[in-house]
Design a protein around this ligand. Sequence first.
Ligand code: AMP
Ligand code: MG
Length: 415
Amino acid sequence: MTGTGSLREVEEQLALVLARVRRVETERLPVSEAQGRTLAEPLRAAIDIPVFDNSGMDGFAVRFADARDASPGHPVSLRVVADLPAGSPLDPPIGPGEAVRIMTGSAVPTAAEAIVPFEDTAGGLADSLGTISVVGAPPAAGTHIRRRADDLAAGDLVLEAGAQLGPLQLSSAAAGGVAEVVVARRPRAAVVSTGAELVPPGLPLTRGQIPESNTELLTGLARGAGAEVVLRTTVDDEGDGLTTAVAEASALGADVVVFSGGVSAGAYEVVKNTLAGTMEFAKVAMQPGKPQGFGVTADGMLLFGLPGNPVSAAVSFEVFVRPALLAMQGRAQLHRHMVRLPAAVPWRTPAGRRQYLPAAIDRSDPARWTVRPATAGGSGSHLAGGLARAEAFAIVPAEVDAVAAGDAVDVMLLS
Ligand code: AMP
Ligand code: MG
């Protein structure tokens, strides 16, 4: 709690959260169903990549001595004795003065020492099955032969446990002959919005009512962090709706409940009032996101009480909930990528609290990206419309009280 009065540092709050995280179980999935999951065991190649010596070009497999002296002035004639389309199981012999037509990816005959591409013959593809005339010599033995296990050998590590499996990673697994991977199960999340003023989006509003938007926000963010959302509900500030929602989340096997609203210092703070015994409510040295509730139920659900303002909820999710969801899955990298960019415009920052400002990145000069507030109206936590333009959070230290144009700013990228 240095330099921020009675406020708790962000890192301290995050450490309290991460200390209560338990890993979810693992499961074995076909690679076709594992996209986005976190690898729970090291992934090793089952077979060599490439699987066998194969041709890197469409052309002719030759003995090196036959073709090494070929040139446009001194073409070399070779007799084509076999044809190897991709997938051919054949391994034809190649005698002196002979060649085998071969396509890219086909297994190179044991007797071949180099590949002569069609481009280095007089007739090219058009005249490729009788006698060919080689006009360009392979520069060395082995030219255009892709060797078995050049990339990975069977048993080699493809990825460490803790890696997220995207399309590139899963295609590597498939190429290495791996059909199934062991991954963390998806954490189950319940998203519970609170507030008597909230109405489903699109419905007519009477005075005092606003559209409910945090469910969409927090559901999407939870899914983006690998979770399965098992419950979405909005409860009143009074009555037993909140207690019912917690019971329902528990019955659905939720690992995490994400509340929004009802955690600050007003008169009708339903999360605070209902769960005071189970959750701790702290003031954290950040803006937005100062009021934070966190706790664990007797049956092990993590409860996050985020402030209700949409920007506050978005920032709080990024800072506390996302790392927790990733840690539950054993993800090696818990934090978003950071980049330092010059500010395009000046803006104000709160005294004594770290600012997380929804930000847009100007990429018009690829050599000099800059960052600016996503909302023209500043950093207000109620400016939900500006979130649509945000692709990052600019993070300004507590001790800085104004950002000038050109100042280097830390930027958390959201994708
Ligand atoms: P609270 O944290 O409950 O005091 O809410 C702070 C502000 O955020 C109030 O203006 C609420 O109306 C608004 N708010 C709270 N929850 C939501 C929600 N789910 N969707 C949209 N706005 C909300
Ligand atoms: Mg409220």
